[in-house]
Design a protein. Sequence first.
Length: 392
Amino acid sequence: MAYKTIDLCAGIGGIRRGFELTGAFENVLSAEIDDYACKTYEHLFGDNPKNDLTSEEFKEKIANTEYDVLLAGFPCQAFSIAGKKLGFRDTTKGTIFFDIADIISRTNPRAVFLENVENLVSHDKGKTLKTIITTLEDELQYRVIGVTMDEDGEYKYSLKSFVRNSKNFGLPQNRPRAYIMAFSKRMFGDVVRELNDPLPFKRDEQIADNLNDILDPEVEDIYYMAQGYLDTLKKHKIREKAKGNGFGYVIVNREGIEHPIANTLLATGGSGKERNLIYQPKEGVNGKKLPSKKTPLNSESIRVMTPTEWGRLQGFINYGFLDENGVEHFSFPHEITRAQQYKQFGNSVTIPVVESMAHFMLDCFETMSKYTNELVINMAKNKEYITKKRYY
């Protein structure tokens, strides 16, 4: 029987899909408040996730739903370097974790899987992560993978306990993210102490060796940058360099890079695209005028990546929704604009990373089951021995 999951802060379902790909998890309830993401989610999975996990009505619905694993890629803007970094002081998004904690306290699932930006682990000098760890370990009674306790009763963990990078999981994207996995002490008891292995650092299967493997050989002219825009980016980079900063546009497949990889895809407008520019000559494109561009196309053959290429870098396209015959089943609803496509992929997870985490969770369940069975057998043998001893 499949483990049942609930998919909170679901986005377009990347975490759900990663768990589904193992064949051992089945989703039974979802929550997402972004209307456009909900349209894509329903288009992909057939069920509408439009629910507000902060509402009492939905929390009661979860409490009345039988499930095993809570999944949540809770909002990252409050902790992101790209945001204001208000953390739990952000009353609109930073407190979502506490709503998730409330749901956990009411339902006590077997396991919890959370995803967020890398900056979560260092935010507010580590106080944010400490709050999350102590809430899970002490208040909710969950064993967090990668956390130990020293002789003074203080929790010990490091950046390596939680941060994993997409580039080590078969796709050419430098995307470090924080992943937190925890198992119920109330449900599994002392057996959770046997879970001493770290979260997986990599996967052996290579989906795309480098960026060239996911790029389209030719794209529409609209993806080539206007000369005026490119000139603006160049001036900005010069100014930032003068200040001692490394900010600015990046041509990720420039000459001399043998195995190019993409920088982190972002949902924050142009910056995610500007740090992933592509050099790709195309006949007739240099200096061409397009109605949608204020200036002619640039003369250096520089373009942005397409949403489809972003989809490949996140494992949605050419992996997560391929069937056994190699037929692609990922698509967006027709009303989802190009800007929304970029945003939705940038906000999402890299599916192969989550799939590896899901397999690891299954290994943990198996480990705890094995130790529980051994404990039962040993107890039975001990009881039999004591009974015989008394008899004789």
